[in-house]
Design a protein around this ligand. Sequence first.
Ligand code: HEC
Length: 195
Amino acid sequence: MDMNNHNTVEKDELTGEKLLSGHEYDNIRELDNNLPKWWVWLFIITIVYAVIYIFVFDVIRVAPYQQEEWKKEMVAAGSLAPGQPAPVASASLVALTDKVSLDAGKDIWLKQCKVCHLEGGQGLVGPNLTDNFSIHGCGYADVVKVITIGVPEKGMISWKTQLTDDQIMKVASFVMTLKGTNPPNPKAPQGEPCK
Ligand code: HEC
């Protein structure tokens, strides 16, 4: 089967000039080919897809737009609705204190976080994490949350694709140990004082 449905030059010779499109530039002439069948089918499929899409998303509205889907997920994650209390599960999170976990947390800190917060947590691009001020909350659950979802518009990425939950808990626990350590050259306080 000729998938492309092309006229061939041989045919052209048989039937003469008819198969040429008629224009000529610098001695270059063009065969007046039919559109390839695969192309026509692709075109038809896109039209059918568009009709189904409009029907599903705008007429009967059985599927949510991306933005609505995103909002739902954000509300579910407890990070959109202002003043909404943190989910019970995270409110009951308790920082790890055993040496093995904190050492593992420190390893992650040195690899992933030091570049912006500096080794002692005194702050560089990111805020000082050793003082008694915080932008996103002082508790362990707040720290876990900000590491998990990030503050992408301010330069702190969401770490949930790079670190496992377990790793986030460990590095967050390590962050808690930085508070009050008074490293040299601290960045000026940002955010609200912790109670
Ligand atoms: C590319 C730079 C960058 C890296 C890497 C980075 N951070 Fe941040 N971090 C920031 C910035 C910038 C902010 C401030 C966000 C804001 O202004 O809301 C921040 C904020 C924070 C906060 C909240 C501070 C507050 O005052 O509420 C914590 C906790 C934190 N980072 C921990 C971490 C941890 C843990 C890592 C490593 C897994 C990390 N950060 C890696 C840039 C970074």
